[in-house]
Ligand binder design. Sequence first.
Ligand SMILES: Cc1cc2nc3c(=O)[nH]c(=O)nc-3n(C[C@H](O)[C@H](O)[C@H](O)COP(=O)(O)OP(=O)(O)OC[C@H]3O[C@@H](n4cnc5c(N)ncnc54)[C@H](O)[C@@H]3O)c2cc1C
Length: 502
Amino acid sequence: MEDQSVLVIGGGVAGLTAAALLAYEGISVTLLEAHHQPGGCAGTFRRGSYVFDVGATQVAGFEYGGIHERLFRHLGIPLPPARILDPGCLIDLADGSEPIKLWHDPQLWKEERRRQFPGTELFWVLCEQLHKSNWEFSQRDPVLPIRNSWDTGQFFKALRPFNLATGCFTFFTVADLLKITGCNEDLRLRKFLDLQLKLYSQESSDRTAALYGATVLQMAQKPLGLWHIDGSMQKLSDRLVDGVLSNGARLLCRNRVVGLKADQFREQWIANVIDAKGRAVEFQARDVVFSLPPQCLLELLVFDELLDNYRQKLEQLPKPTGAIVFYGAIDRSHLPTNCPTHFQFAVKDFSSLFLSISCDGDGRAPLGQATVIASIFTEVDEWFSLEDSDYQCYKQVWLSNILDQLNACLGIDSNTWLHKELATPKSFAKWTGRAKGIVGGLGQHPSVFGPFGLPSRTPKRGLWLCGDSIFPGEGTAAVSQSAFIATRQLMAERGQIIQVAK
Ligand SMILES: Cc1cc2nc3c(=O)[nH]c(=O)nc-3n(C[C@H](O)[C@H](O)[C@H](O)COP(=O)(O)OP(=O)(O)OC[C@H]3O[C@@H](n4cnc5c(N)ncnc54)[C@H](O)[C@@H]3O)c2cc1C
């Protein structure tokens, strides 16, 4: 009998979502996760009485109809308890001016931006229109980038005349929108946009696709919003694990995939795995959903002649960045009064410092204390070129750099910290298995966004991609969307349509 099973590789939010959706459809699924716990960049780790979120600290898509809410409702699993962030973030441009607050209430946000960036309303109205069109389009479940007739059908089913009009902005950047609306002289607005866009698109305003930027600039406002999960980010993965296991799928942690090849004759995929006991074992399946960054395929996949062009494409992908992340704990009395949970500070030398501070009693620190997570972007190559002793020294230099900036931002001194440690691209490579610790997917330049991105459908039958390098990009909500697209394609290939209520 033909093997109908699916192997999902990687148990981050993308892989867990794909495994749960496929298992729900009655498919025999095995999820292989290298780490001892799933979650990947949206996982957590414990240090004594503190729980730290590894990467993601705020989530989108929890509102009714948002991608997490919608898929969880479909799977019959409850969302983890979470609180809306209001403001979603406080952005300090470090120029002595009042920090900008991303209010959840659209009216308050309108008033805030009018006060902060007078004379720029036309830019914001244009962004709102583009976002509205994008959002309605994405709610109709299009498939992008298109690779065959089924994808084309899904794409056109989602398209409305208004989307064609906004489609004219496909090659525009956010900086182009500033020019069109006569706002490009507003340097303060430009700085704000550069800081915010870098967080979500890994690019500045002159390189971020307008259609992507218009949407991420409105993620904090109703009817959308940014949420902070009670307890820890791990709760999101825990619930997805429930969805995987309750539908009969297998989740194998400490099972690292070390090779992947297609068996042409039997139309099977073979994954070579080092299992939890250190043994070399083989898994076979008809389909593979690969949720690691596609660059990892370069090491894992046996490329045949058919895939030669594909290998070149992967080799030529734009270079992603890595992150340096500080994990600290502090007594709450040292924090500013009415301290919001998320800050972004403009900082000389490393563009900005993004801070996430736990809420009192949210399970991350004992009452009266807080965890403080601060991240910056970094090039990855330099970290891997160092000998171990140089690496340790370099890490110490960065730890004190970040601490100096953090202490200045919060107005505290170094002795205040109850816990401090640093993660570098090397730590991320170890924790998440991502090649050279790259994080956050591809920069959302118009040349790699939407129709020009890397599709979930690969040239090889039965190999599907999802995760933050695949449309629509980074973040737990976006990777769930990519997993949803990949599983719909996979099931459609088997003649079954996945129906998920809106
Ligand atoms: C510092 C930082 C801050 C962030 N902040 C936010 C935020 O606030 N909000 C937000 O929404 N997003 C944020 N993100 C992005 C978000 O965390 C990611 O986009 C998302 O979690 C990626 O999920 P994924 O499933 O695609 O990949 P990953 O989370 O990387 O999952 C991949 C999984 O594959 C496993 N794996 C790796 N190699 C192998 C192998 N050989 N065999 C088997 N398994 C393997 C890994 O252990 C991992 O569990 C942040 C990311 C970082 C790094």
